[in-house]
Design a protein around this ligand. Structure first.
Ligand code: G5P
Ligand code: MG
Length: 226
């Protein structure tokens, strides 16, 4: 039986985590778990936890660690025996430590994207709330303007993609991500990719994963796109 493979993707809002994760899941057959999607799902379900989560997400604030781990860890427990990719979790040192006590990651991808690029992308982003599918009017527009490709339902712009909310999200990201990145760097599993275009970064990630998934375990390495 093939060895299990556990990976996470980190990066600021709009860095392409979701876009790249979907490509990875499709190309390598990993189960894909997005913390943002689970949060929006719990908000849509109107549960008690969902109402609480809404107060943070709507203000572009990080959801407290205890709520996040309560949401994410049971899902990882259900996936024992599967290979998976996490998008957006862990995002704080506390979350990373909680997850470490349940399972160890084999590889972490960190996306480093200039602020101006992030701002342009997110101001043009629309999504389908029920599925989490995202579109960008320039990069990957829907087939019919304003409609989801699969269901035909209307697309919406998330409140936290508006410019003032975006600045707050970026500040939060920088502060909390640094110790997590340092942790994974010290474990030798961090791979950083910088650039402005997902399509130019993707071949490097694709090739890294092809190597790692066939020849684990491997030592520390860092990949930079030109
Ligand atoms: P999310 O949902 O995890 P963020 O803020 O981390 O949200 P986001 O916004 O989902 O990240 P992304 O997934 O990194 O961004 O990027 P994406 O959606 O793939 O791409 C962004 C846009 O750019 C899309 O329109 C895409 O089509 C386009 N695009 C991609 N590549 C290119 C390109 O090369 N060129 C162009 N032109 N466009 C491109 O979390 C939401 C909230 O939930 C909470 C927080 O409140 C967070 O704000 N949360 C947590 N709180 C605490 N702990 C956690 N672990 C949490 N996880 C989520
Ligand atoms: Mg995302």
């Amino acid at each position: 039986m093939a060895k299990l493979f556990r990976a996470a993707i980190m990066g600021p809002p709009g860095s392409g985590k979701g876009t790249i994760s979907r490509r990875i899941a499709q190309s390598f057959g990993l189960q894909y778990l997005s913390s943002g999607h689970f949060l929006r799902e719990s908000i849509a379900a109107n549960t008690e936890a969902g109402l609480l989560v809404r107060t943070y997400v709507e203000r572009s604030m990080l959801v407290p660690d205890h709520l996040m781990t309560r949401l994410m860890l049971p899902r990882l427990e259900q996936l024992i025996g599967h290979s998976w990719l996490l998008d957006g979790f862990p995002r704080t040192l506390s979350q990373a430590r909680e997850m470490n006590s349940l399972c160890q990651l084999d590889l972490v991808i960190s996306l480093i994207i200039p602020y101006e690029t992030l701002r342009e992308r997110l101001s043009d982003r629309w999504s389908h709330p029920a599925s989490g599918r995202v579109y960008n009017m320039g990069f990957n527009p829907p087939r019919v303007q304003g409609k989801d490709d699969i269901t035909g339902e209307p697309l919406v712009q998330q409140d936290d993609d508006k410019p003032e909310a975006l600045m707050a999200r970026l500040r939060h990201y920088k502060d909390v991500a640094k110790p997590v990145i340092d942790l994974y760097k010290s474990q030798g599993i961090l791979h950083s990719f910088s650039g402005t275009d997902t399509d130019r970064i993707w071949p490097y990630i694709n090739s890294l994963l092809s190597t790692k998934m066939n020849t684990q375990p491997a030592g520390e390495s860092r990949t930079r796109t030109p």
